[in-house]
Design a protein around this ligand. Structure first.
Ligand SMILES: [Zn+2]
Length: 242
């Protein structure tokens, strides 16, 4: 009877250096294949992302020079009868200025008499609206809640009229207003400065409405803004510290 010959396993004798050499070669090969691919992939991703992200440019209005001869007639800090600031400066609240026609609107957060004295306890719902020829606006406030809102509709192709600022503001006030107007835009983007700003009637400080900072505190007032096309909505909340 033919006995089936069992196959014996075969063994090779190889020098250890050769085995390690092969192992190293395989590892290097794998790193080259996978590592290289990822590296190239990353570079491709980066290049694509750089094409997607447009260059951002900051537009500023620094260096504008005041042409106002009589500083006492400054629209912000002076007593020009063409500016409503003389009246509102008695208020403790804040306001919004339409810069192209220097129209000042106050947030109806508190009630005042004609002399600027606060009328406490008189709970009214204040609502006003109008058209200045430059902007359409509506102001709405609930004094008991310490909340108010101003809505402004800007002209179709609004553009800042710098002349009204240089001719009617002293250098100090002009610098404050122009500092509030800087904004960011994409390279080649058609974007103008929004000809609006906020004013603190108490300190005469000016705050930006360029949408870069959509919410912030002005003293005890919390401000939130939203721009939708040509419509700007600014909300103010009186939130004193307790
Ligand atoms: Zn001034």
């Amino acid at each position: 009877m033919h006995k089936k010959k069992r196959k014996e396993p075969r063994y090779y004798l190889i020098r250890a250096e050769v085995i390690w050499g092969i192992a190293l070669f395989v590892v290097v090969l794998l790193i080259m294949i996978f590592g290289g691919n990822t590296w190239i992939g990353n570079r491709r991703d980066k290049a694509a992302k750089q094409e997607d992200i447009p260059k951002m440019i900051e537009v500023t209005f620094d260096g504008m020079e005041s042409e106002l001869q009589d500083v006492g007639q400054c629209y912000l800090c002076g007593n020009s009868n063409k500016s409503l600031m003389g009246y509102y400066r008695k208020f403790d609240t804040i306001g919004l200025i339409s810069l192209n026609d220097w129209y000042v609107l106050d947030f109806p957060l508190k009630n005042y008499d004609g002399e600027g004295n606060e009328l406490v306890g008189e709970d009214t719902n204040n609502m006003t609206s109008g058209n200045t020829g430059e902007i359409m606006y509506s102001c709405d406030g609930t004094v008991s809640r310490g909340m108010a809102e101003i809505e402004v509709t800007l002209p179709e192709d609004y553009k800042l009229n710098a002349d009204i600022l240089t001719q009617n503001l002293c250098q100090v006030c002009l610098d404050k207003v122009t500092a509030s107007l800087k904004y960011w835009k994409k390279e080649n983007e058609k974007k103008e400065a929004i000809p609006l700003c906020l004013v603190d009637f108490d300190t005469l400080e000016i705050y930006s409405l360029q949408g870069t900072y959509p919410a912030y505190f002005v003293r005890d007032y919390w401000i939130e803004m939203e721009l939708d096309g040509n419509d700007m909505e600014v909300e103010a909340f009186y939130l004193p510290e307790r």
